[in-house]
Design a protein. Structure first.
Length: 263
């Protein structure tokens, strides 16, 4: 199995502070990782590196076999799909949902062109259908609800047929029904052997879909635990990660976490 991401002794330093602190982490093809950690732990910073928008201050980052610093990032970026709020905020609000997904095929955030190929449109329609967005094709992106926007962004991230898919808090802001719907769709994607390797940042273990295989826990830029979900997503590790006593439970492939009751 080849590596889709390999970080060796990676640090990201800003203003004299290590946002990511000496991280070594390896993701193999086909693995689906969940990234957990408190606010400010460095989760988004890691994803920005995995999408080649941010370079390490020290250490080496190899993405899909290409080493950051020694590769043309414009060739690498289409091979990595990323869905995040920061990216959604950059997209034109007046574009339709279909246009928003289609423009990804051309590596653009704006500028609708008339010359999109039929085959691209069919792909966009198929991804939007898979994310339950077929009824919204002509809606303006800026008018979508949070959940609809998230689903559009995931369809958009799939458009370049990425080998690595990065999701930064895909279920944040969704109501219970929206969350469960998204978890089901992500679960289907995670279990699809043709789907790309996935890294998903989340704040809630309840958002981990069955089919995710590994977990990375970060605290203050450092790796606290990394490995298979069954062995690493434990009450002990999660308590250390968030700095309070937590009990983690698994039931039929879904997870819950809660604080210990005060005695
Ligand atoms: N360009 C920057 N300059 C200085 N500090 C930064 C910069 N970018 C991020 N940070 C800081 O780095 C830390 C890690 O940020 P990051 O966005 O990776 O956290 P996160 O784990 O994604 O948090 P959250 O759960 O709140 O999204 C934060 O303390 C943030 O304020
Ligand atoms: Mg973040």
């Amino acid at each position: 199995m080849s590596e889709v991401l390999e970080l060796v002794d990676v640090s990201v330093v800003r203003d004299g502070r290590a946002l990511v602190d000496d991280v070594s982490w390896s993701v193999k093809e086909g693995e689906r990782w969940v990234i957990l950690g408190p606010n400010g732990a460095g989760k988004t910073t890691l994803l920005n590196m995995a999408s080649s928008y941010l370079f390490p201050t020290s250490g080496t980052a190899t993405i899909l076999g290409e080493r950051l610093g020694a590769v043309d990032v414009f060739e690498l970026r289409p091979r990595v799909g990323m869905a995040s709020v920061a990216m959604a905020d950059k997209l034109p609000r007046r574009q339709t949902v279909l246009e928003t997904v289609l423009t990804a095929a051309y590596g653009m955030t704006a500028h609708w062109q008339e010359s999109y190929e039929k085959v691209d449109e069919q792909r966009a329609l198929a991804f939007l259908d898979r994310l339950g967005m077929s009824d919204y094709l002509d809606r303006k992106f800026g008018t979508l609800s949070e959940g609809e926007r998230k689903r559009t962004m995931i369809a958009r991230a799939m458009m370049t047929d990425p080998e690595l898919l990065l999701l930064d808090e895909p279920a944040a802001g969704l109501d219970l029904g929206g969350r469960e719907d998204l978890v089901r769709r992500l679960g289907r994607l995670a279990r699809d052997s043709y789907a790309p390797s996935m890294l998903m940042v989340t704040h809630h273990v309840e958002e981990i879909a069955p089919g995710f295989t590994h977990v990375l826990m970060l605290r203050q830029g450092r790796v606290l635990a990394a490995g298979p979900i069954e062995t690493e997503l434990t009450s002990r590790n999660l308590s250390l990660c968030f700095g309070l006593p937590l009990v983690v439970e698994e039931n039929a492939g879904r997870w819950t976490a809660q604080g210990l009751p005060l005695s």
